[in-house]
Design a binder for this molecule. Structure first.
Ligand SMILES: [Zn+2]
Length: 99
């Protein structure tokens, strides 16, 4: 069994990949797409993949829970040290070494 492939499919694919569909598409080709299920399907599938890829790029990348916890612990440690009058948590450790 061979699937029907439209002769203008490559033309439509080129327009899609360049981002020229539908604004920069000739009216004659647009009229063809309105009647051709093969080209219409190609447009639907390609645009769906392009949209999914665009959304994946825009989505924020979240840190792993362990990294978030570690940062919170570090911030708490620094805040506690500052509350005790020390500007740097490592100063206490250094002063202990010198004794
Ligand atoms: Zn076609």
């Amino acid at each position: 069994m061979t699937a029907f492939r439209c002769a203008r499919e490559k033309e439509v694919a080129d327009l899609l990949h360049r981002g020229h569909w539908p604004q920069a598409c000739p009216a004659e080709l647009r009229a063809h797409v309105d009647k051709c299920s093969c080209c219409a399907e190609l447009i639907l599938v390609t645009q769906t993949f392009q949209q999914a890829r665009a959304e994946a790029v825009v989505m924020p990348r979240l840190d792993a829970p362990g990294v978030v916890w570690w940062r919170a612990q570090l911030r708490r440690h620094v805040r506690d040290a500052q509350a005790q009058g020390e500007d740097r948590p490592t100063r206490r450790a250094k002063s202990r070494e010198q004794r």
